[in-house]
Design a protein around this ligand. Structure first.
Ligand SMILES: [Zn+2]
Length: 347
C-alpha cells in the first residue's frame, strides 16, 4: 500500500484527540474577529505576523495576545464553535478539550459562565456525532491556592462534562509537592488527574507528576527519552504520554531536550517511545497556534518518523483506549473505530 493511500485513510478514520487547548485553537481570522468585537482593529497581515514565532517565549507572547481578546462567554462560545467545525473536518469523533480555567480566574472572569457557553456548543455537537468532554487546567506558576480554586470549580460542573483536572504553565516554576493536596482533592471529587510534565523539564518532572500528583496521563512527557527506568514505569503502569510533535518543534521544546539550537521532526522520540511499548496518544496541543491539524500529526508520524500504516492505526486506537470515558461508551467508540479500519482495508 502506498503512503498516500495510508494518509487518505487516516484522514477518513474516526479519530479521538486528548491533548487540545481551546484557547490554542483560535485561527488567525477568528482572532481578528474577536479583536474587532472588543474595539481593536487589526489587519490580517498583523495577525499572521503575530502567529509566527520560533521559540517558547515567542509562542507565549502570541498566546497572551490572542487570549487577551477572550473576555465574555460569547467569545468562548465562538472559539468552541470554530474548533468543533475543524474537528469534524478532521473526522474527530471524540475530544477532551482543555480550558485554561486558571487564566480565566486570573483575568477575573466567571469560569462557570464561560463553561456554560462552551458546554452549550458541546451539547449541540453531540447530536452531530462529535462527543466532547472538558479538562479544567490550572496554571502552575500561579501556585496551589489558585489551582485549588480551579479544582473546586471543576468539581462543581463535573456532572456537566468536566472529566479531569490538569495543570499547565511553567513546569519548572514550582515543585509538584506543592500541589499534592489539590490533586488529592480532585481525585476525591471523582476527577481524573493530568499534568503537563517533561515538555521542557527533565524526566524527574514526569516521575513527580506520577508519584506525587497521581497523574494518569502526561502532557508531552518527551523528556522520558532520557530515562529508560522511567520508560519501564510508563509502560508497566500504562500511563500514556500525550505527544504533540509539531508543538515540540514550534516551541523549541524538542531542541531543548536534545541540547541543540534547533531540532527537526526526524529527531522526535515518538517512534522510539512507542516501540518501547509506552502508550502514546498523538495530539496537536494548540493546532491554530502551531499551524497544524491532527491529520497532519499522523502524516508527520508516517512520513518523517517512519511509522508504518499498522503503527499509525495502533496509535489512533490508543487515543480511544486511553480516553476518560465510561467502559460502555469507550467500547462503543472502539467498536466503530475498528469497523472503520476494516472497511478502509487498514488491517
Ligand atoms: Zn498543552
Amino acid at each position: 500500500m502506498i503512503l498516500l493511500d495510508v494518509l487518505q485513510q487516516v484522514r477518513a478514520l474516526p479519530k479521538a484527540e486528548l491533548h487540545l487547548h481551546l484557547e490554542g485553537a483560535i485561527a488567525p481570522e477568528t482572532a481578528r474577529e474577536l479583536a474587532a468585537r472588543h474595539g481593536v482593529r487589526v489587519t490580517s497581515e498583523e495577525v499572521r505576523a503575530r502567529y509566527q514565532y520560533s521559540d517558547f517565549q515567542g509562542f507565549l507572547e502570541a498566546f497572551k495576545w490572542v487570549t487577551s481578546f477572550l473576555n465574555a462567554p460569547e467569545d468562548y462560545r465562538l472559539i468552541a464553535e470554530r474548533l468543533c467545525v475543524e474537528l469534524r473536518a478532521q473526522n474527530v469523533v471524540y475530544a477532551e478539550i482543555t480550558q485554561s480555567t486558571g487564566v480565566s480566574l486570573w483575568r477575573k472572569q466567571d469560569p462557570l459562565a464561560n463553561f456554560a457557553a462552551v458546554q452549550d456548543v458541546a451539547a449541540r455537537e453531540r447530536r452531530r456525532g462529535l462527543h466532547i468532554q472538558w479538562i479544567f487546567d490550572a496554571t502552575r506558576q500561579f501556585g496551589a491556592g489558585p489551582a485549588m480554586e480551579v479544582a473546586r470549580i471543576a468539581a462543581q460542573v463535573k456532572a456537566a462534562g468536566v472529566v479531569a483536572f490538569g495543570m499547565g504553565g511553567d513546569e519548572l516554576s514550582l515543585p509538584a509537592a506543592e500541589f499534592r493536596e489539590v490533586y488529592d482533592y480532585a481525585a476525591e471529587q471523582g476527577l481524573r488527574r493530568l499534568a503537563h510534565a517533561g515538555e521542557v523539564g527533565g524526566p524527574e518532572q514526569i516521575r513527580d507528576a506520577i508519584e506525587i500528583l497521581g497523574a494518569e496521563r502526561i502532557g508531552h512527557g518527551i523528556a522520558a527519552m532520557h530515562d529508560p527506568a522511567l520508560q519501564g514505569l510508563l509502560a508497566e503502569r500504562k500511563i500514556p504520554l500525550e505527544v504533540c510533535p509539531t508543538s515540540n518543534l514550534c516551541t523549541g521544546a524538542l531542541a531543548k531536550q536534545l541540547g541543540r539550537a534547533e531540532a527537526e521532526m526526524q529527531a522526535h522520540p515518538l517512534a522510539a517511545l512507542y516501540r518501547r511499548k509506552i502508550p502514546v496518544v498523538l495530539s496537536t496541543d494548540d493546532p491554530a497556534m502551531f499551524h497544524t491539524t491532527i491529520t497532519e500529526e499522523y502524516q508527520a508520524a508516517a512520513t518523517q518518523m517512519g511509522l508504518s500504516a499498522c503503527e499509525l492505526c495502533d496509535l489512533a486506537e490508543m487515543s480511544f483506549a486511553y480516553a476518560f470515558l465510561p467502559v460502555g461508551e469507550k467500547s462503543e467508540l472502539l467498536g466503530k473505530f475498528r469497523a472503520a479500519k476494516v472497511s478502509l482495508g487498514l488491517v
